[in-house]
Structure formats: C-alpha cells, structure tokens
Design a protein around this ligand. Sequence first.
Ligand SMILES: C[S@@+](CC[C@H](N)C(=O)[O-])C[C@H]1O[C@@H](n2cnc3c(N)ncnc32)[C@H](O)[C@@H]1O
Length: 376
Amino acid sequence: MKYLLVLGREAKISLAELESLFGSQQVAVLSEQLATVEAPRLSLDRLGGSIKAARILDQKPADFLATLPPGKITLGFSDYSPHATPASTWALALKHKNLLKRHGRNVRLIPNQKTAALSSATAHHNQLGEKLNHLEIIKYRNLYATSIGSQNITAYAKRDQARPARDAFVGMLPPKLAQILINLATAGQKSGLVLDPFCGTGVVLQEAALMGYAVYGSDLADKMIDYSRRNLEWLATQSYFHTKSQSPAVQLEVGDATKHHWRPIPNYIASEIYLGQPLSSPPSSIKLKELQQSTKTLLFAFLRNIGQQIPHGTTLALAIPAWKRPDGSYQGLDILDEIKNLGYNAKKYRYASFSELLYYRENQIVARQIIVLRKK
Ligand SMILES: C[S@@+](CC[C@H](N)C(=O)[O-])C[C@H]1O[C@@H](n2cnc3c(N)ncnc32)[C@H](O)[C@@H]1O
C-alpha cells in the first residue's frame, strides 16, 4: 500500500522517524511538507512526526467518491501543490460536491477559508478519514489520496495535561516527541523493553507503554521516580488498557545514569537527558562553553557506563540540549568523532543530516537535538 504523509513542523525529524520505521528505500520526499511511504499498513497514532496520513488513490477522486457507501458525505479537500490557493481548492471541492449531487448524494463540504489545505485540527475535529463517509481528499500536483486520519490533538493534550504528577521544570517533553524517540530507538520492532535512564515524570515511559512495550525508568531524583510511578499508575487506569493483563509492565528505580546497573538489560533506550537550566535569553559565548561542557560530561559518562552493559547493535535515541545563539541559529554539541571513540556509531538518515534533527518552538532558547546512536 502506498501512503501519503503530511509532515509535522520539524519535517526532518518526521522523515527520520519514517525512515526508521519503514526503511529509507520505502520513503520518498515529495516536498518540504509531504512524503510517501510504501508499507503493508500504517497507523498514524504511532507516529509522532506526521500530522496526516492518506492512502494514495489509483483512480480519479470523482471515481473514488462514486464508490462510497450510501448515506450523507462529509467532505474536505486539501491541496498541497505549489500554487494552490484557498480559492482553487474550494473550486475543486465544489466541483466534486456537484458531481456527487448529480448522483443524488447529500454532501457537506468543510470550508478551507484561509489555506489551500485544511489544518490537521480541522480535519480531526470533523473526523475526516476516521469515520464512514467522512473524507478528506488530499491533492499534490497530479496525485490524489484519501485521508486515513489526522493527528489526534485531543488525545495528545489529554495524555500531557491529565497526568497527575507534572513538573514544569522537567516534565515538558511533548508526547509526540517521546513517540519519535521511541520509534527512532525501536525502528518499528513491536515488542521489547524500553529504558529511559533520565525518566523524570515519565513521558517516554508512558508513550512506550501505550505503544505496547515493557518499560523501565530510572532517574537520579527519587521525587521523579515517584512522579513516574504515579503517572504510570494513572495511565493503567485509563481506557487505553482495558484489562489488567494489558496493563503495562513497569520497572522504576532511583539511579545515577553515569553509574547505575540496569537489570534486566533493555532492548532499546529512548531518553531526554538533563537539559540544564531553562534560559530566557541566548547564553554568552563563555556561558555556552560551560553548558556544552557540563552536558558533554554527563552524556559521555552515561554512554561509557551503559556501553559496558548493552549488547552490540542496541540503539539509543536521545534528546540532548542545543542552545540558541544571538543570530538565531542553534548550537549543540560537536561530538561525532568522540562518540565513535566511545564505541558508538551515529545513525545516518537519507533525508536528514545529524545537525538537522532539531526540535524547538519559536522563541525557545534551549532546543532539543535528537541523536540516534548504535552500540558498535
Ligand atoms: C529533562 S529531564 C527528563 C524529563 C522527562 N523526559 C519527563 O518526561 O519528565 C532530565 C531528568 O534527568 C534527571 N537527571 C539528571 N542527572 C541525572 C543523572 N546523572 N542520572 C539520572 N538522572 C539524572 C533529572 O532528575 C531529570 O528528571
């Protein structure tokens, strides 16, 4: 099956996630925002980096729409072609509505007032692609696809905000970035033990449990282990896990990641390491050097320690800090050579270079750089 994916804001990270899950050969880039994936099946709920998924049509949209089962049709059009405008998309939508009406079908069109493509929020709120006869036709040049769903913002917000133990200082890892880290580490393997050795309030553990992995968290601070425990206990009571036997297998313990011995040995490591103090303005050059040095010391001590415990081939997907410079660029750690000497290879992606895997919001001083390492 060939799918069309609309990539999230950090498109390079989204592409790395797709490459990791489906293999580079199965992924093709159409534009800055769009990619295709050849895969037997695809579940958007498991993807942190893509905001819409659609099945590519091998027929004209009008012919496809003519095959819909009886009943009212809710229809949206999104055109991601270079010169598409809200007006051109609306004209396309009206044309198809009229064709359907001529066949006696009752159609409600979802208006796309400001942009040529519906936002993923609009598509999700109207359940386009998620419910019978609720459709979003996505166009890119001559290619048409029918949506199978849009990012479930409501579910992400709930998982993020309804957790009983939150800590504004550490617990801000967005659930979708946690999913990305897990996908980069597991490369689509469906089971096994995911370790987060800097687990904080447990966002990575929570997302890994939801994706069906057994989870193992450790953290220097016992307060954080308590937070993770409360959050995972809360999660187990949620409707995602219907029976006790489906509840996540969880192990939590206090431990310094630079010294700790983890038992059992995890299959994958996905973690956001300590990002240092939050900053409200770009650090001076001297301060930046200090921040880089202390992060590097922690990261390398952790990598040395865990490197003695995990087998060859184990993958680690880590979020580490990068800092905003006065010119607006971000500066992370220059560590590729040293990482090799520590016994790791940095994973290479076809569509994203090492320095492009950056995750940040506008005005954020401390960004997250994603590094994916494989134990040699
Ligand atoms: C950025 S936070 C991780 C937040 C986490 N992703 C969450 O969902 O809440 C980093 C965590 O690393 C922990 N930490 C700092 N130094 C550590 C060390 N040497 N070993 C283990 N954990 C450490 C801190 O207590 C903090 O909880």
